[in-house]
Design a protein around this ligand. Structure first.
Ligand code: FAD
Length: 529
């Protein structure tokens, strides 16, 4: 059977996506919400319309045997999935294609690629699912490099070993979300790490970007599930010891978690697993005031109840996602367990919500994700396709996410909204910026903002860049992080360089030189050699 081919532009696989009716519906809803007459969708690009620069390097036969320089493969590995990527892709602007895409099936092949890259000073870009929204996989490496190879890990995607006693598994880094879960399901186990990009993102990509997954509290990032890992660097292999906890100095695992392909290629990891949950309790609570809603979320985060989901949608976010009518903020709280009925935890969370004027009729908690929670979930799962639709409709649509401590949140939120709204108005005349909390910690939330505004044909990227700059400047100025889970990549470098202490940058550079002396691993990301 021929494997499904991933789209070279847009989200997911060929033949999949929104239907014409769904696209028309989104166009009508977006036009109504933005007060526009009509929105027309542009067709996705065809591969025959894409002119790629000729490959500049030729690999030795041993590497060519598992590599491709076909236009589809090169186009698919040129752009990630941010607004900036999607607009350029739709316009047929593929300025930085890799010269070659290598698909190593094992560490020997991978090592051969990295040695060839190091010897020829060819940029090597690790590639998992290519779902980066931070410019992490684009071979935009400047003229210092005679060529670039995208190192796609899809052929290393197996669950190699399961340790039932410790409830952990050794998993190859190229496993995409669904294939990874398919291999764990027969054992009654799950990694339970479900970023919105789950369908087309990989374990290696999650670890390399410190992705945020299913759990809104406690185990929010993939970091918490890594028990040990193995990385192939241009200097050789680093393998850490798998341990439930470790106090032996600076953590080698943490050193590679979040390294974004700049130090080497993560090839496999021992991951802590979960039993599949059997019990669930969920509620959607409406709040007339956003302030009441976030104060309730804060109290739940401080309570030690640790809900699996504690997602707050502000009025606009509830409206945009179809979970509400825009007159209320909605807090979705869910508890799950493989071991016990979480109803008492749910009852206590409901009590907290009511004490903050949350509207939750008696017995409104449910054991499944129906109601507003269900509506929000289906919009969430279709997120990748929705982004494509917005771009095809000529809208400026972007998301940015951060984290901030509670004491500074009110001022921070107001300042970020004001700066973003001002930029939207200046650039687009009108538009919306909405907010949700994807994660909440005892000491602060991780707010996630979505911008939707009308684009001017041909000027969408300039409009987007000005809004992104205003929002990112405000986030940094007011004390937040440039990213909570979307990674630094190339797009956030400017702000990351300001956020990161200078001496730490020196230390990171020195570490990179030790592992990657020729500076070929993902140049331009995180730190310059
Ligand atoms: C619609 C949509 C929804 C999203 N939702 C979420 C979300 O809920 N949570 C979240 O955290 N992120 C989300 N993202 C962002 C993105 O999916 C994550 O950053 C994800 O972790 C990237 O995984 P990937 O396998 O696609 O990595 P890629 O995009 O292929 O690569 C990302 C970075 O990791 C490096 N890398 C990849 N594999 C390896 C490896 N094996 N070894 C070393 N480096 C490697 C790359 O070089 C690059 O720098 C979303 C993106 C989209 C488009």
């Amino acid at each position: 059977m021929t494997p499904r081919r991933r789209k070279f532009w847009g989200w997911g696989y060929e033949g999949e996506g929104l239907t014409a009716e769904e696209l028309a519906l989104i166009a009508r809803l977006a036009a109504a919400r933005l007060g526009l007459d009509e929105l027309r969708a542009q067709n996705p690009p065809d591969i025959s319309d894409i002119a790629l620069r000729r490959p500049r390097v030729t690999p030795p036969a041993a590497i060519a045997a598992f590599s491709s320089a076909e236009p589809w493969d090169r186009a698919e590995h040129t752009l990630g999935k941010s607004f900036h990527d999607l607009v350029r892709g739709l316009r047929g602007e593929y300025a930085n294609p890799p010269d070659l895409v290598a698909y190593p099936a094992d560490e020997n092949q991978l090592t051969a690629v990295l040695e060839w890259a190091s010897d020829g000073r060819i940029a090597a870009i690790p590639f998992g699912g290519g779902s980066s929204v931070a410019g992490g996989i684009e071979p935009d490496v400047g003229d210092d490099y005679p060529g670039a190879v995208s190192v796609d890990m899809r052929r290393m995607g197996r669950v190699l070993e399961i340790d039932r006693a410790s409830r952990a598994a050794l998993i190859e880094a190229g496993a995409l979300g669904p294939a990874l879960e398919d291999q764990l399901r027969p054992h009654g186990l799950t990694l339970r790490h479900f970023p919105q990009s789950f369908e087309v993102s990989s374990l290696g990509g999650w670890i390399a970007t410190r992705s945020g997954g299913h759990f809104a509290t406690l185990h929010t990032h993939i970091d918490e599930f890594v028990e040990g890992l193995r990385v192939v660097t241009p200097r050789g292999v680093v393998e850490t010891r798998r341990l439930p906890g470790d106090g032996a100095g600076v953590s080698a695992d943490r050193f590679f978690i979040g390294s974004e392909g700049t130090l080497g290629v993560i090839t496999r990891a021992w991951m802590r697993l979960q039993d599949r949950p059997r019990f669930r309790a969920s509620a959607s609570v409406a709040f007339a005031s956003f302030e009441d809603a976030w104060r309730a979320a804060r109290e739940i985060a401080l309570s030690g109840l640790w809900p699996a989901n504690c997602r707050l949608l502000d009025h606009d976010e509830a409206l945009l996602s179809g979970s509400g009518d825009g007159s209320r903020s909605i807090l979705i709280v869910t508890f799950e367990s493989a071991d016990h009925d979480p109803a008492p935890w749910m009852a206590r969370a409901a009590e907290i919500c009511r004490s903050h004027r949350g509207e939750l009729p008696e017995a409104a908690t449910s054991r499944s994700g129906d109601g507003a929670a269900g509506l929000w979930r289906s919009a969430f799962i279709r997120g990748g396709h929705l982004h494509d639709a917005y771009v095809r409709l000529g809208l400026v649509q972007d998301t940015f996410e951060t984290a901030i401590t509670w004491d500074r949140f009110p001022e921070f939120h107001e300042g970020v909204l004001e700066a973003t709204r001002h930029a939207i108005e200046e650039q687009c005349g009108r538009g919306l910026v909405s907010c949700r909390f994807a994660y909440v910690y005892p000491d602060g939330p991780a707010p996630y903002y979505t911008v939707v505004a009308p684009g001017r044909a041909g000027a969408e990227l300039r409009q987007w860049a000005a809004i992104k700059e205003a929002a990112s400047d405000a986030v940094l100025r007011l004390g937040g992080t440039i990213t909570h889970h979307h990674a630094v990549g190339r797009y956030h470098r400017r702000w990351y360089d300001r956020q990161r202490p200078d001496l730490f940058a020196d230390a990171l550079r020195a570490a990179k030189r030790a592992l990657d002396p020729k500076g070929v691993m993902n140049p331009g990301v995180l730190v310059d050699p």
